[in-house]
Design a protein around this ligand. Structure first.
Ligand code: COA
Length: 151
């Protein structure tokens, strides 16, 4: 599939059934498959090729990218970037502008994707993953917590 403005991107909201291809791609990319989106989650899909799953916190204008995956046969052609930028536009339109994620420090492809989409490193969690690998933390959008909540 050619990646461009015509790339079909759909949003799957809480309560909608998860397509089988998402489950298959979830297993291929991460070794495990998550269930249909919960009430506080949303998925953006490029049918049969890619998905991105988010947790949404509308009250605070925050969202966390939980998983993004492109079918191995379609990686490296700009699809991940097209999908992530579409998510970012939709989220911003809904007032969700403080974005967060964590990623394995060894995941060069994902880290490059996040960087080209405007994300900045903001921390690291030591031995975060079950195999002992560290997680790098990234954020997008200026996030400065209300000092009152820190007291
Ligand atoms: C991470 C992933 C979603 C990227 O999707 P993709 O469609 O291949 O990425 P794109 O083609 O849009 O590339 C986006 C940027 O990343 C770069 N990139 C892609 N693959 C790369 C690789 N293997 N190594 C280094 N950079 C890479 C591209 O060059 C591009 O940067 P550029 O614009 O500076 O050239 C995909 O590799 C994937 O599904 N990985 C497995 C699941 C995963 O690890 N998800 C992230 C953790 S939740």
């Amino acid at each position: 599939m050619r990646v461009g403005p015509e790339t079909p991107i759909q949003r799957l909201a809480a309560g909608e059934p998860l397509p089988d291809w998402v489950t298959r791609l979830d297993r291929t990319a991460f070794g495990s498959a998550w269930k249909a989106p919960a009430y506080h989650e949303a998925l953006w899909l490029v049918p049969e090729r890619a998905f991105a799953r988010w947790t949404l916190i509308p009250a605070t204008g925050e969202a966390e990218l939980l998983r993004i995956a492109v079918d191995p046969a379609h990686r490296g052609s700009g699809l991940g970037r097209t999908l992530l930028e579409a998510c970012q536009r939709d989220l911003a339109g809904a007032g969700l502008i403080h974005l967060f994620l964590e990623v394995r420090v060894s995941n060069a492809a994902a880290i490059q994707l996040y960087r080209v989409c405007g994300w900045k490193p903001c921390g690291r969690r030591s031995r975060y993953y079950p195999d002992g690998e560290d997680a790098a933390l990234y954020q997008r959008g200026d996030y400065s917590p209300d000092p009152a909540v820190l007291e």
